[in-house]
Design a protein around this ligand. Structure first.
Ligand code: FAD
Length: 91
């Protein structure tokens, strides 16, 4: 099942690692610790999908991935603060 999530918060953890809170109002995420989800980056015809592991507890309407940025990484370079948009697809 794919959801359109809103980025409600971003926070820098180290110079290359950022935390994100993605929210899907009305949907409760259930998963086991260590399980991953996939996040779609880009918009329009761009379609870059990568797996990430939520760092928050299940049972809420939020996912909190922590993402390391590679300058030449197709997906993770989108986590630069000037490139974060408010909407993301998560499965
Ligand atoms: C199950 C799972 C869970 C994961 N969870 C997390 C997580 O919680 N947090 C997190 O930060 N990451 C996680 N990852 C990694 C994440 O999915 C991405 O792979 C990562 O963010 C890099 O994606 P990218 O598109 O930015 O980089 P890419 O564009 O895929 O490239 C990454 C780097 O590898 C180099 N590279 C790409 N292709 C090649 C190649 N063929 N040969 C040599 N070098 C190459 C690039 O130059 C770049 O430096 C997880 C991966 C898996 C499989």
């Amino acid at each position: 099942m794919t959801h359109e999530a809103t980025v409600v918060d971003t926070y820098q953890i180290t110079p290359r690692v950022s935390g994100f809170r993605l929210r899907v109002p009305g949907h409760e995420f259930e998963y086991d610790p260590g399980q991953h989800t996939t996040i779609r980056f880009g918009s329009g015809n761009e379609r870059i999908v990568r797996p990430y592991t939520p760092t928050n507890l299940p049972g809420t309407e939020e996912l909190a991935p922590t993402i390391k940025r590679y300058d030449d990484g197709l997906a993770s370079s989108c986590t630069r603060s000037d490139r974060v948009t408010r909407s993301r697809s998560v499965r």
